[in-house]
Design a protein around this ligand. Structure first.
Ligand code: C2E
Ligand code: MG
Ligand code: MG
Ligand code: MG
Length: 292
C-alpha cells in the first residue's frame, strides 16, 4: 500500500515538472516570435526628482502580450528570455524603441528627460554591446546624456572585470549608469568604489516598511548618505504611500519612482501627463466654476 502512495506522489511530482517545462517551452516559443508578431511593447514609468519637484526621467519596462497566454509577467519571462538567449534580441528592441520614444519627446520640447533601460548580464557580456548602443543612438538621433542603463549587482558579479570595462566605455560616451535593486544582491561596498555608476536605486523591499520599521528606515537613510558621500544620486523605487515619501524627503533622497506618482504608462498616456489635455482642464475649470 505504501508503495502505491509513493508511486502516486512520484507521478504527481512528475506531472508538475512536466507542466512547468511545458510552460517554459511555451513562453520560449512566444518570446522567439514576439517581435515578428508585434506582441512586444514598452511601458514607461515616470521618475520624479523630489528635490527639484520635477520629472527627471522614466524607466522603460518590457511587456509581452500573447493572444493565448495573455499578458506575461516580466518576473516570469525575463529569466526565460535570459536562459534561452532571447534577451539579447528583445532587449535590443526595447532599447531602440525607448531611445526613439525619448527622441520623440525631445522633438516636442522635453529635452531634459532620461530614459532608463534595464540591461541583462547576457547583453552586457556580449563583445559588441557598445557597438549596438552606439548604433542605436546614431539611428534614433538620441543624445547619449538622455540615456541611462540599469544594471543589477548580480550583473556586476557575474562578469566582474568585463562589466566594469564595458560600463566605463558607456560612461565615456555620456551614458548614465544606474545600479538597480540595490541592497538585494551580493552587494559588496567594493562595487560602489570600483564600478562606474551614477545612480543608486534603493530596492522596493527596503521602501515597503520604511514608515513602520525603524531598521528599514535607517537602512534607507544609510544608503542615501552613502550614495551622496560617493557623489551618486539616489532613487527610491516602489514608493506607494505619501508617508513613505515624507520619510524619503526627510532623508534627502533625490528621486522617487512608484505608484504614488504613476504606474508604468503606454506612450500616449505618458504624453498626456506631460501635455495636459486642454479639454480636461476645461472640465476642471467648469467643475471649479460650478462649485463657486
Ligand atoms: P525593476 O527594473 O526593478 O523594475 C521595477 C519594477 O517595479 C517594475 O516591475 C515596476 O512596474 C514595479 N514598480 C514600480 N513602482 C511600483 C510600486 O509603487 N509598487 C509596486 N508594487 N511595483 C512597482 P515590472 O515591470 O513587472 O518588471 C519587473 C522586472 O523585470 C524589472 O524590475 C526588471 O528587472 C525586469 N525587466 C523589465 N523590463 C525589462 C527589460 O526591458 N530588460 C530586462 N533585462 N529586464 C527587464
Ligand atoms: Mg530597473
Ligand atoms: Mg529595481
Ligand atoms: Mg527588480
Amino acid at each position: 500500500k505504501s508503495k502505491d502512495t509513493g508511486k502516486n506522489k512520484y507521478t504527481l511530482f512528475d506531472v508538475t515538472m512536466e507542466e512547468e517545462l511545458n510552460r517554459n517551452s511555451l513562453i520560449t516559443e512566444v518570446l522567439r516570435h514576439a517581435i515578428a508578431n508585434s506582441e512586444i511593447y514598452v511601458v514607461y514609468q515616470p521618475q520624479y526628482n523630489i528635490r527639484k519637484e520635477k520629472l527627471s526621467g522614466f524607466e522603460a519596462l518590457m511587456r509581452i502580450n500573447n493572444p493565448k497566454l495573455g499578458e506575461l509577467n516580466p518576473d516570469e519571462f525575463i529569466p526565460i528570455a535570459e536562459e534561452s538567449g532571447m534577451i539579447t534580441e528583445l532587449g535590443e528592441w526595447v532599447l531602440r524603441e525607448s531611445c526613439r520614444f525619448n527622441k520623440n519627446l525631445i522633438d516636442h520640447g522635453f529635452d531634459t528627460l532620461t530614459v532608463s533601460v534595464n540591461i541583462s548580464s547576457v547583453q552586457l557580456s556580449k563583445a559588441n554591446f557598445i557597438e549596438i548602443i552606439e548604433n542605436i543612438l546614431e539611428e534614433t538621433d538620441l543624445p547619449a546624456r538622455n540615456l541611462e542603463l540599469e544594471v543589477t549587482e548580480s550583473t556586476l558579479v557575474s562578469s566582474l572585470t568585463n562589466a566594469s570595462v564595458q560600463l566605463s566605455s558607456l560612461q565615456e560616451l555620456g551614458i548614465m549608469i544606474s545600479l538597480d535593486d540595490f541592497g538585494t544582491g551580493y552587494s559588496s561596498l567594493n562595487y560602489l568604489t570600483n564600478m562606474p555608476i551614477n545612480t543608486l536605486k534603493i530596492d522596493k523591499s527596503f521602501i515597503n516598511n520604511i514608515c513602520s520599521n525603524d531598521k528599514d528606515a535607517r537602512i534607507a537613510s544609510g544608503i542615501i548618505n552613502l550614495a551622496h558621500s560617493m557623489k551618486l544620486e539616489v532613487i527610491a523605487e516602489g514608493v506607494e504611500k505619501s508617508e513613505q515619501l515624507e520619510v524619503l524627503r526627510k532623508h534627502k533622497c533625490d528621486m522617487i519612482q512608484g505608484y504614488i506618482y504613476s504606474k508604468p504608462l503606454l506612450p500616449h498616456a505618458f504624453f498626456d501627463i506631460l501635455i495636459p489635455d486642454p479639454f480636461k482642464e476645461d472640465c476642471n475649470a467648469l467643475t471649479a466654476a460650478s462649485k463657486m
